[in-house]
Design a protein. Structure first.
Length: 152
């Protein structure tokens, strides 16, 4: 889908506040509510707008210990990759998982309550997965930037 200037402005405003009303968007962009509604629906149908979510403050739900975990598989065949990816998706502590290049095969973003919770996660869940060769963990000291907004 080709996005015009108005579509891009709508996307930026929705990324800042997905609860903004069509009326507020129409006033901000000087378009009718119907035009805004149709543009948003078109972007939803085409998949440009994939989801609407509520972002949870990890600290307020006591899951603010964030770890980046590199994973190296013991084997790199199709079965190993498929098995790992199918299993890692099921782990609630893993917020993001990327198949990456370099010394390790995957990079996981993990959130847990504290170090003990992470240790338990590693011992009982992650390293229990089939085909895990090795892991390396980096613990965050502070969050410098964290955004989900995509500049369009």
């Amino acid at each position: 889908m080709k996005l015009d200037v108005i579509d891009k402005k709508i996307l930026m405003l929705l990324q800042k506040d997905s609860k903004i009303t069509n009326k507020e968007l129409s006033l901000s962009l000087n378009l009718s509510v119907t035009a805004i509604y149709e543009r948003i629906k078109k972007m939803e149908r085409s998949g440009v707008i994939a989801h609407y979510v509520a972002l949870v403050d990890k600290q307020k739900v006591e899951l603010d210990f964030q770890v980046f975990c590199h994973v190296k598989l013991a084997h790199h065949g199709k079965e190993a990759i498929s098995s790992f990816e199918k299993d890692v998706i099921k782990l609630d502590e893993v917020l993001e998982c990327f198949h990456v290049s370099g010394d390790y095969d995957y990079l996981l973003k993990v959130v847990v309550k504290d170090m003990e919770h992470y240790r338990s996660f590693m011992v009982t869940k992650l390293t229990a997965l089939k085909f895990i060769g090795s892991t390396q963990s980096s613990f965050t000291i502070s969050e410098v930037k964290n955004t989900l907004m995509v500049k369009v």
